[in-house]
Design a protein around this ligand. Structure first.
Ligand code: ARG
Length: 590
């Protein structure tokens, strides 16, 4: 068994599955394809259970078998398990569940090994070399709204989890920089600033207001409208003056977006819609040659089985659209960038769009029909952000929320709470600022990530900044408290890692230790199912297990001090990794 833990990076479920796989081959050689079904136990008969006996029985009964029923199959699965240091005891319960109690000596050794080798040895193993995460993706000159905030937060976490899994991640900002709105914006720019080369964002002011004004002009004046429509053609044809004006507008927007990314500590690489425009004609032609594209009411479309509207790939005026760009981008990502997993993070409203694009790609043979096989494309949808009134989130009745203001407010409130607790006297101004940022931005992120992304969630500062309950504040404080226990012990933790021995004797120590070791399978699950809330739930439970341990087991000054300090350190290390993966900056003192 020497190598299993290395091979599986600490994933208990996978290591047990290997053992059960060996047992299943031995128990029913006639069914070599049966996959082991291993799950964490919910009832207290054990830590994990193997659930194969029942379904296996229905496969083999009536055939030439000596078994008398599912419990007997369970007994045999248990008997045939290869010996392993992982397992302390097994039993068969009910209709044939095989329950496993893990060895606490083994658990303790694994935790100590992680403390020495580092938590990266617990990274998930996913057989993908490169992935694209297409997230954030606001539209130039239009508002970057809370939907884009959700996409930014969720996308960053997914990218972090995939990076942790040693996947090369291309973090793509697919900004909307190529729509027909640019004709109108550019014409308006020429009109207002004949010397547009010298302008900067101060002249234009708020781009959203600029957008509104140019839209008004567009709707009111036929001449202007005509010029605007011609401007799109000239821009897309590459005329320098138009390209330059376009680049100016993009630049101003980009600076605004960057303020949000900078606050959130999110890194993205922009490849906007315009980037893919040169690839569209070729891609459409290839799809046409494959017989996928048909004429319909003047447009060119791809029909998708099971969906009553077709995917329009060339509009009736001959222009391209959102879908044409997404097909070209998908083609590019698969063929030029050699990505094996392409992940799109947008609101659920775009689900059908992506469903159609992916199905078209499958028809074209770009992607395998079976979603379990890479290369694959996944749409990561999310619900709305709601205000306290249960409606779409806005600050005032009509106005949209500026994301920068929203984040600054979270920071200001968390700073005020710290000042109220006397931290302005205790800490340097820099410490105060940094902690306020970590807590304020962390709170916004965690409030978003902790829910299943498909559900709507209510944006409420008081709730997210509460220091009790399932919030970032509570979790950051829990971490800081652990750090302070270690600090106050006066022991050199690095030294203890080498010389001390971790033992899981008390039931609450064991429960905490087991939960720590379940980190690897949890991140793997969060990663494969693209569900950050799975990791949030794990983190919250971790702090609960820690609290229970800490209230029942004396650490500093006890006979078990060394072992318990190591357990504290392991908890802090795992918490910090969770924070890191969620894009939250940890704090070390409170
Ligand atoms: N710009 C789009 C929006 O604001 C999101 C783009 C998502 N990515 C994509 N490849 N379509 O809704």
């Amino acid at each position: 068994m020497a190598n299993t833990s290395e091979e599986n990076g600490g994933n208990l479920k996978k290591q047990l599955a290997k053992l059960f796989e060996a047992s299943l081959r031995e128990t029913v050689p006639s069914e070599p394809d049966v996959e082991p079904l291993v799950a964490a136990c919910t009832a207290k008969f054990g830590d994990y259970q193997c659930n194969n006996a029942m379904s296996l029985w229905s496969k083999i009964k009536g055939k030439n078998t000596d078994f008398k029923g599912p419990p007997a199959v369970g007994q045999a699965i248990m008997r045939n398990l290869p010996p392993s240091e992982m397992i302390e005891s097994c039993s068969v319960a009910g209709p044939g569940f095989v329950n496993i109690v893990l060895s606490k000596t083994w658990l303790a050794e694994k935790i100590q090994k992680m403390l020495i080798d580092g938590i990266d040895t617990w990274a998930p193993k996913i057989s993908v070399r490169r992935a694209v995460v297409d997230f954030s993706s606001p539209n130039i000159a239009k508002e970057m709204h809370v939907g884009h905030l959700r996409s930014t937060i969720i996308g960053d976490t997914l990218a972090r989890m995939l990076e942790f899994s040693n996947i090369d991640v291309l973090r793509r900002n697919h900004v909307g920089d190529w729509g027909t709105q640019f004709g109108m914006l550019i014409e308006f720019l020429f009109e207002k600033f004949p010397n547009f080369e010298d302008i900067n964002e101060r002249d234009i002011g708020d781009l959203q207001t600029f957008y509104k004004a140019s839209k008004q002009r567009f709707d009111a004046d036929c001449d202007f409208k005509e010029r605007a429509q011609k401007a799109v053609v000239r821009l897309q044809g590459g005329e320098p003056k138009y390209r330059e004006a376009w680049a100016q507008l993009c630049d101003i927007s980009r600076k605004e977006f960057d303020k949000v990314y900078q606050r959130l500590g999110v890194h993205l690489e922009e490849k906007g819609e315009s980037f893919y425009s040169p690839f569209i004609p070729g891609v459409i032609e290839a799809l046409t040659n494959q017989g996928l594209v048909q004429e319909s009411e003047g447009a060119r479309v791809i029909f998708i089985e099971g969906i009553n509207i077709p995917l329009i790939v060339v509009k009736s005026d001959g222009g391209y659209n959102y879908a044409s760009t997404d097909l070209a981008a998908l083609w590019y990502r698969l063929n030029e960038e050699k990505a094996e997993w392409i992940i799109y993070v947008t609101d659920v409203g775009q689900q059908q769009h992506f469903d159609m694009v992916f199905k078209a790609a499958k028809r074209a043979g770009w992607l395998p029909a079976d979603d379990r096989i890479f290369p694959k494309a996944s749409h990561v949808g999310f619900g709305l952000v709601l205000g306290d009134d249960g409606k779409r989130f806005r600050t005032r009745a009509t106005e949209v929320v500026r994301l920068v203001d929203l984040l600054d407010e979270a920071k200001a409130r968390s700073k005020a709470a710290l000042v109220e607790r006397g931290k302005a006297e205790e800490w340097t101004e820099e410490e105060l600022e940094q902690t306020a940022e970590a807590i304020g931005y962390g709170a916004v992120k965690y409030a978003d990530l902790k829910n299943n992304r498909l559900t709507n969630y209510t944006f409420n500062y008081d709730q997210m900044l509460n220091d009790k309950g399932n919030t970032a504040v509570y979790l950051l404080y829990a971490h800081a408290r652990i750090c302070s226990i270690i600090r106050k012990s006066g022991k050199d933790i690095e030294e203890l890692k080498k010389t001390g021995v971790l033992v899981l004797a008390h039931p609450d120590e064991r429960a905490l230790g087991l939960h720590l070791l379940q980190f690897a399978e949890t991140v793997e699950e969060a990663c494969t199912n693209l569900l950050p809330n799975v990791l949030c739930e794990y983190l919250y439970n971790l702090s609960e297990y820690f609290t229970k341990f800490y209230s029942n087991c004396q650490v500093v000054g006890s006979a078990e001090e060394t072992s318990r300090l190591l357990l504290c350190e392991a908890t802090a290390v795992v918490m910090r990794k969770c924070f890191f993966l969620l894009g939250i900056v940890p704090v070390y003192k409170i």
